[in-house]
Structures are given as C-alpha cells and as structure tokens.
Design a protein. Structure first.
Length: 366
C-alpha cells in the first residue's frame, strides 16, 4: 500500500511521473536503436531531466515561500534542510550503486555478456560515484551523472532562495550570468543546468501567489516544446542540450498549476503512484533496460521492465527512508551532526527571510 506524506501536491507527482517515463523511454529507444518518427520524437525524453530539476527547485522552495507569503517573514532552517536532503537522497543512491554492481555480477555469473557501460567502471569509479565525485569518472549507470550536480545545487539552494526573496533583479542577473558563461568556451554542467533549478523557485512562487497567465501558459508550453522537438540542435549539440528545453518545461509546470483539466490529468492515481517512485525508477531502470534491449526485448517491454525494477527498489530501498520511523531517526542524527559542523564553517542554523513586497510583483514592475 502506498503511503504518501501529507500535504503533497498531486500534480507535481504527475509531473515527476512524466519526467521519469520520458527518461526511461529515451534510454530504451537509444539502447534498442529503434528508428522512425515516433522514436525520434520520444528520443528527446532525456530532457525529462530538465523537468526534474525544475521540480526540485519548486519542491525545495515551496514550503518556505508559502510561509513567507502568509506571514511576510519567516526563517529557513539550514541545518534541518541539510539533514533532510542527505537522508532523502544519499541512502537510496548508495543502495542503487550496490544494486547496479550486484546486477552486473549476477548476469555475468549466469553467462550473459555485460554492456560496455558496465564493464568499463573500476572499483575506484564506484567509490568516487558514492562520494558524488564526477570529473573523469566512468559511471556504472548513465543516470548517475545528475546526482553530483544536484547535490552541488543543494549547497547553493539556500543562497538562491534568499536572493529571490531579497532581490528578483539580482536573482535574474545571477541566472543570466551563469547561462551567459556557457555561451563562451566554458563547458560546465553546473552552469548549463543551474537555470532549471532557478526556474523551479520562480514556478513555486507563481503557484503560491496564484498568479494566472491564461492561455499564454498553455500556448507557450505547446509552442516551445514543439519548437524544441522539431528544430535541429545547433547549440551545444554534443550534449543535445539547448536552453529552449528549460523554457518548455517551465511553461509546462506553470500550466499544470493553473489549468484545472491539466491538473486533474496529472493527478490521476496511476501517474501519482509512478511519481512517488520516480527517484527509484530513475536510479535503477537503466541497467535493466539496457540488458533487456541487448537481448531482444521490444522497446516498450524494456521500458516497462525498467519501471518495474524501479518500483521494486522503491519498496525495498527507498520507502524506508521516506515513510517509516527510520527517516525521522536518521534525520535527527544528521541534524545533530550538522548542528555541530556548520557553525564551525560560519553557517548559522537559521536564515531570516522577509518580503516587504511580493517578489514577482517587483520583478514584473522592473
């Protein structure tokens, strides 16, 4: 039985489901080398990652922005935030690394040939991945590349949240500067993917303040995503990376919060259940999908097997750190540790936030 936490926003789980299903089908198509118009369109599913990043910024900032909107002043508990992030992200990730390595060991012992992506990683690579070190590391599973990047975003998040509430102009200038750096010879994933996280904060404030954009949100979503899918990649093409995907994902999130029919669609039980397990599906689907495709499985069957593996992993490995007393115990332990460490780095426990004027109103006025 699924036991989601209280106060979840259902359509966000639906958006998580869309994001992870896009990523899974992208890997299935890539591994099976499927061709055709539909396959070409669905191969853009790797950009579900940008949607994930926007949702991450949204969900981390939403509780604080809600309090700030209601009370005009609040505080952000940096220590508790750090403890929650470690407990929520690290144990399932470490267990996913173990599961991936174990999967490779088992299929080898059964006489199957491992895909090259598994056999190239050394024990040192595995250790570095567990420590969120990514430069020059050969991944045991392709999706693991996002974990070090997201963890670094967690370090930056309290500052960007404060900046948004203090000065939207400075917040926008910061995001534009990070993006502009990628237009130079600088090649850095942190800079490339920072804007989606920042847009997530903006999307959360739009939701909190119940701003309405009418048909513009739907039109922007459709036009931007259609343009992204149909236009050949000409910018950073070796990543298949383009900022147009940020904007399409951002418009999708805004439209989902504004339009009741889309909200209801994304809140369907089937989607929200997938959304609850989306982190686990993301972590463990790729070895299963790759193995299934290399042994003749149809692309959609391979994707289904990957999703099934994710649900099994969610039940066994992730759920205890989200819906049981283990979460509270682990969070309390890390809270104690960070309460000791962070002050020694000059970081206070609480960050005060105040909103004399609504951030978005000031941004629009400027």
């Amino acid at each position: 039985m699924f036991t989601p936490t209280r106060h979840r926003i259902a359509y966000l789980d639906g958006l998580r489901a869309i994001a992870v299903l896009l990523v899974v089908i992208h890997h299935a198509i890539a591994d099976s080398k499927t061709r055709g118009t539909l396959a070409r369109v669905l191969s853009h599913g790797n950009h579900g990652v940008e949607l994930f990043f926007i949702l991450s910024g949204f969900c981390l900032s939403y509780p604080t922005l809600s309090r700030l909107r209601r009370d005009t002043a609040t505080s952000f508990d940096v220590v508790r935030y750090a403890a929650h992030r470690v407990v929520r992200i690290v144990p399932p990730y470490w267990l996913a690394i173990v599961a991936t390595v174990g999967f490779g060991f088992i299929v080898t012992r059964l006489g199957f040939t491992l895909p090259q992506s598994f056999s190239n990683a050394s024990p040192l690579d595995v250790i570095q991945q567990a420590l969120f070190v990514d430069p020059g590391v050969r991944l045991v599973s392709a999706p693991f590349w996002t974990l070090p990047l997201e963890f670094r975003w967690y370090l930056l998040f309290p500052i960007t949240l404060w900046l948004w509430t203090k000065s939207p102009r400075a917040f926008a200038a910061f995001g534009i500067a990070m993006f502009a750096a990628t237009l130079t010879r600088v090649v850095n994933f942190d800079l490339l993917y920072l804007p989606p996280f920042l847009l997530g904060i903006v999307a959360a404030d739009v939701h909190v303040r119940k701003l309405r954009f009418g048909l513009w949100s739907i039109a922007a979503c459709v036009v931007i995503l259609a343009y992204a899918v149909l236009t050949p990649i000409t910018w950073r093409s070796y990543y298949d990376h383009s900022p147009i995907w940020y904007l399409g994902a951002f418009a999708f999130v805004i439209a989902a919060g504004e339009w009741e029919w889309l909200n209801r669609l994304l809140s369907l039980r089937l989607l929200t259940v997938v959304g609850l397990a989306s982190y686990s599906i993301y972590l463990v689907h790729d070895p299963v999908v790759t193995f299934a495709c290399e042994h003749g499985a149809h692309v959609f069957m391979a994707a289904l097997l990957g999703v099934g593996a994710g649900f099994a992993f969610w039940s066994l490995a992730e759920r205890p750190f989200v819906y049981t007393s283990l979460r509270q115990k682990a969070t309390t332990e890390f809270d104690t540790v960070f309460s000791t460490w962070l002050p020694q780095l000059g970081i206070g426990r609480r960050m005060a936030l105040r909103s004399e004027n609504t951030p978005i109103q000031r941004a629009v006025a400027s």
